[in-house]
Design a protein around this ligand. Structure first.
Ligand SMILES: *[C@@H]1O[C@H](CO)[C@@H](O)[C@H](O)[C@H]1NC(C)=O
Ligand SMILES: *[C@@H]1O[C@H](CO)[C@@H](O)[C@H](O)[C@H]1NC(C)=O
Length: 277
């Protein structure tokens, strides 16, 4: 029975680890599909940072005058199902007919990675008909850090085709995937404060349990080192009295002399009276 239970436990553990590793292995293959124009380690690393954006089509609508376009982007995969295309433009015509233009291919990828962004470029798109010296289209996708969003919406920033050369389509996306690792927001001061607070809490709890269970104290005396803290309290009260009270110090001894001495003697006298009775 025990052995069965152990093996079930082991199996569960292996399953859990496998389930957690699977997306990593799976995801690592996505950006491998992108062919870099210049295969460098830094570009591969930058590309690997945006792995979480893989396996999905992003789309964004764009309207110029009468024309309505939908752009579809996929990371190192066939955008909108068009083989080899990283980004396509779908023009929706009045007749409901769609014409698809490839803006960039993912076998012509360039990547730049910054601390809180990744800049992606797909080149070798279809040639412009009559703009930009009929060069090939290309697309830039800027992916910015946003810690609040896992993977955001694709946005069209600009279609620049008024130049003679180097025209481009510019897109924007936000994702927490490109954010730098979280720094510890807590300063040294607050860490010390928290540690101090925890120590006090532990002291109180352990002390309380000790007083209650071992010493057998009741009520307020369960408070750890009760006598000591009472003394500390009294001393600080005295100190505060000494420092803060505005009354002229010279007057108090006389006042005390008058008032306290009889008080000290009185109980003894009273006791003496009581005894013979
Ligand atoms: C992207 O869209 C195309 C066409 O709609 C579809 O065939 C393909 O499976 C989609 N890919 C993903 C990863 O959703
Ligand atoms: C990229 O793929 C296209 C077709 O999908 C092909 O014509 C082109 O030669 C390829 N480019 C590179 C650099 O492999």
């Amino acid at each position: 029975m025990q052995r069965l239970r152990n093996s079930i436990g082991d199996c569960l553990l292996v399953c859990i680890v496998a389930i957690q590793l699977f997306p990593l292995l799976y995801a690592n293959n996505v950006t491998k599909n992108c062919k870099l124009n210049f295969e460098t380690e830094s570009e591969r690393k930058a590309l690997a940072r945006i792995e979480p954006l893989g396996h999905r089509n992003f789309s964004a609508d764009f309207v110029i005058g009468e024309d309505k376009y939908t752009y579809v982007f996929q990371l190192c995969g066939d955008a909108g199902g068009v083989p080899g295309a990283g980004i396509v433009q779908v023009k929706v015509q009045k007749t409901e007919q769609k014409s698809v233009t490839i803006i960039g291919l993912y076998n012509s990828t360039e990547v730049i990675g910054g601390t809180d962004y990744v800049w992606l470029s797909y080149g070798n798109g279809e040639k412009y008909d009559n703009h930009c010296s009929q060069e090939q289209r290309k697309a830039f996708v800027m992916i910015f850090c946003n810690r609040n969003i896992n993977v955001g919406q694709l946005e069209v920033v600009q279609e620049n085709r008024e130049r003679k050369q180097n025209c481009f389509y510019l897109f924007k996306l936000e994702s927490s995937a490109v954010c730098p690792p979280m720094e510890h927001k807590l300063g040294a001061g607050s860490i010390i404060l928290i540690i101090g607070f925890c120590l006090v809490a532990v002291y109180l709890i352990v002390g309380f349990l000790y007083q209650r269970l071992v010493v057998g104290a009741k009520g307020i005396e369960q408070f750890p080192n009760y006598a000591f803290w009472v003394e500390v309290g009294n001393l600080s009260a005295d100190g505060c009295d000494f420092v803060c009270r505005s009354r002229d110090r010279d007057e108090t001894p006389a006042y005390r002399g008058v008032s306290t001495e009889p008080l000290d003697e009185e109980p003894e006298e009273r006791d003496d009276h009581l005894l013979p009775m």
